[in-house]
Design a protein around this ligand. Structure first.
Ligand SMILES: Nc1nc2c(ncn2[C@@H]2O[C@H](COP(=O)(O)OP(=O)(O)OP(=O)(O)O)[C@@H](O)[C@H]2O)c(=O)[nH]1
Length: 676
């Protein structure tokens, strides 16, 4: 299939907005799903992993292919929970467009804002679908207002709901100027089209006019027709919508109730009519690793091979399944490719296309498309695969810091081995967690991005990899830094194997602004201390930076300058300089008024107005600072920041405090000096 007839889309939503239900309906209507898997029964076909089914939420993104009106649509499932932002980011990276699902009752919730802004960062064109029009409290026009005001987008409704809540009947299609009602007898597979009822004509005209008015801003041709009072042809309207959706100047709005099988097919039409084909998008930013220069890569099927491994899933029989998005060239089964990041050749034993409930073996996959490669051994999420002769690296993905940890203690020696291999597998799949041995206690500590993230990892280690282990309580991952600048001279002298090793260095260490990371520079001339020895100094410092002197946490935001060095040709060794640097850095750290830094989280809480007082006082007790309270139609939104350590178990507190009606979203904001 040519790139023009291909779409790579994601369905993004706040948790519970109905992403899974909508995806299920899409798969049903596209004829690939032969039954509708209800989320509530826990048998949705997109939710592959057992665990997801138990939790009833979607955690891992999987790419699923379906076909609609001569187009191939690859759906990349994106998780809605903030603990899984890395999953969202990696999906956004390989999408060309997205359908943002909102709940007609909840509207734009804090988590939808987070995901929306992530999509802005990745420049993903979007259409929006306002779901759950059948629910009590559904308010289409309020959600549109929120999309404009809270997300700063330009919503252009292309459909209006007829009725709402129990009386939600169907939609007015503002492009066709017709009413559409879905047939309840065949799960909405067919629908009837009728003229707009007289009592709705005025409303429809008004919104049609405001649609043409909004679009005219982008088209002189349309403006002229509009001003002359002439009809604007459908083709022109569609052309302008497509162009401006892809430019990200507008967001076409659709509505429906996925659960009641209403409104989904127009969204599929919009995916092919208004969201970009892979080659509608600008060339891909990448880096030529041999020439060491940044470049733009054309999205050309006949170009050099470049693909991004955006997801790895372990399969007990087949080994790692590597989901690859191909940006240029062709990837063929039975050939060898280069993993450019790892500088290793890899076999493409088999290529698969994934459908919702089966897979299909294919012989090749072209630029623009997504497939699963079986056979790669060294791949890790985020790696680029390409050709040896043309080694380019696609842009890396951004992953936030892991801020929460648990100790994990295997029960037997055999569990220890199983744990080791489980962690290796999980690392391939998920680059956002770390596993590290505590030097003092010998305990293995795994760190992730939130309580739920760790919980999922631990459950997988126990259930999927059958490791029997004791799990500690979640702990915050602190960092260490300094508050003063100091200069320190370290002299090193040791006799090893009958030979004397000496080094002398002077280091200046100083606090850097939060978030700047660590920096090493040298002011010492190479004639004073040869390059190899300067590199040994940097190695020593970098290794010491991984554990601070207060409690052994990683040190951050420290600038180190090598200001002077002594060099004795007879006794100098790299080992001596590396050791001097390690010890010198630690000694300097102790003198520089070190501080422990703790992760501070952005916390957004939604609850009915009557609970706001209690919510604020419990947040304040937890060291939280409330920055604002916003009124929403049905809820109040409390926006605050609080130290992560105080937020453990907050879900339970909030639930009992608000009789189950409060929800919250939490995301890492920054590290700050720990109080007390
Ligand atoms: N009334 C009503 N309920 C809906 C509709 N769509 C989905 N739901 C219900 O809303 C709940 C959440 O739907 P899901 O499809 O699981 O939502 P999701 O966004 O995928 O949620 P996560 O997988 O948890 O991120 C389920 O109980 C659905 O049955 C709808 O159109 N109307």
């Amino acid at each position: 299939m040519s790139q023009k007839n291909m779409r790579n889309i994601g369905i993004m939503a706040h948790i519970d907005a109905g992403k899974t239900t909508t995806t299920e309906r899409i798969l049903y209507y596209t004829g690939k799903s032969h039954r509708i898997g209800e989320v509530d029964n826990g048998n949705a076909t997109m939710d592959w992993m057992e665990q997801e089914q138990n939790r009833g939420i979607t955690i891992v993104s999987a790419a699923t292919t379906c076909y609609w009106k001569d187009h191939q649509i690859n759906i990349i499932d994106t998780p809605g929970h903030v603990d899984f932002t890395a999953e969202v980011e990696r999906s956004l990276r390989v999408l060309d467009g997205a359908v943002a699902v909102f709940c007609a009752v909840g509207g734009v919730e804090p988590q939808s804002e987070t995901v929306w802004h992530q999509a802005d960062r990745y420049e993903v064109p979007r259409i929006a679908y306002i779901n759950k029009m059948d629910r009590t409290g559904a308010d289409f026009f309020e959600v549109i207002k929120e999309i404009r005001e809270k997300l700063g987008a330009v919503p252009v409704p292309l459909a209006l709901p007829i009725g709402k809540e129990n009386d939600y009947e169907g939609n007015i299609d503002l492009l066709l100027m017709k009413e559409i009602r879905w047939n309840p007898d065949n799960q909405g597979e067919t629908f009837t089209i009728s003229d707009i009822a007289p009592e709705r004509q005025e409303l429809a005209d008004e919104w049609r006019e405001s649609m043409i008015d909004a679009l005219s801003a982008y088209s002189d041709e349309m403006t002229e027709l509009f001003l002359e009072g002439e009809d604007v042809p459908l083709e022109l309207i569609q052309k302008v919508i497509r162009q401006e959706t892809i430019n990200r100047s507008i967001v076409p709005i659709f509505t429906g109730s996925s659960l009641k099988n209403k409104g989904v097919q127009p969204v599929l039409d919009a995916v092919i009519n208004f969201l970009p084909a892979p080659d509608d998008l600008p060339p891909v930013r990448c880096h030529h690793s041999k020439k060491d220069e940044d470049m733009l890569l054309e999205r050309d099927e006949n170009g050099p091979l470049a693909g991004l491994i955006f997801k790895i899933q372990q399969d007990k029989e087949a080994g790692p399944l590597c989901f690859v998005r191909v940006y240029s060239g062709e990837l063929k089964s039975g050939t060898a490719v280069m993993n450019i990041d790892k500088k290793k050749r890899e076999r493409v034993n088999r290529l698969l296309r994934m459908h919702s409930n089966h897979h299909e073996q294919i012989s090749s996959v072209h630029a623009g498309d997504i497939a699963v490669v079986i056979g790669m051994k060294n791949a890790q999420t985020g790696d680029t695969i390409g050709s040896e002769g043309y080694p380019i690296i696609l842009e890396k993905m951004n992953f936030p810091d892991p801020v929460i940890s648990v100790a994990i203690e295997p029960k037997t020696i055999s569990d220890q081995d199983k744990l080791k291999s489980a962690l290796e597998y999980l690392k391939m799949e998920d680059p956002t967690f770390t596993a590290k041995e505590n030097e003092e206690t010998g305990q293995l500590i795994i760190s992730g991005m939130g309580e739920l993230h760790l919980d999922v990892l631990v459950t997988r280690i126990k259930d999927e990899y059958k490791v029997a282990a004791n799990i500690g309580n979640p702990q915050v991952s602190y960092r260490e830094s300094i508050t003063q600048a100091v200069t320190h001279t370290e002299l090193f002298s040791k006799v090893l194997g009958g030979k004397e090793h000496t080094a002398e260095i002077t280091l200046k260490i100083e606090p850097l602004e939060r978030g700047s990371g660590n920096r090493f520079t040298s002011e010492v001339k190479k004639t004073v201390l040869p390059v190899d020895f300067q590199e040994a100094v940097e190695r020593g410092i970098r290794s010491s930076m991984t554990s601070g002197t207060l409690m052994g946490y990683e040190t951050i935001d420290i600038g180190v300058t090598l200001t002077a060095a002594g060099f004795n040709e007879l006794t100098a060794s790299e080992l001596a300089y590396q050791s001097a640097a390690s010890l010198g850095f630690d000694n300097a750290l102790r003198k520089a008024a070190p501080v422990l830094l703790e992760p501070v989280m952005n916390v957004d809480i939604m609850c009915p107005a009557e609970y706001v007082g209690d919510v604020i006082s419990s947040l304040t007790q937890r060291g939280g600072l409330v920055s604002s309270i916003e009124s929403r139609p049905a809820f109040e939104l409390v926006i605050a920041q609080a130290p992560l350590v105080k937020m453990f178990g907050y879900t339970t507190t909030l639930r009992s405090q608000t009789q189950g009606r409060g929800t919250f979203a939490m995301e890492f904001s920054h590290f700050a000096a720990k109080e007390g």
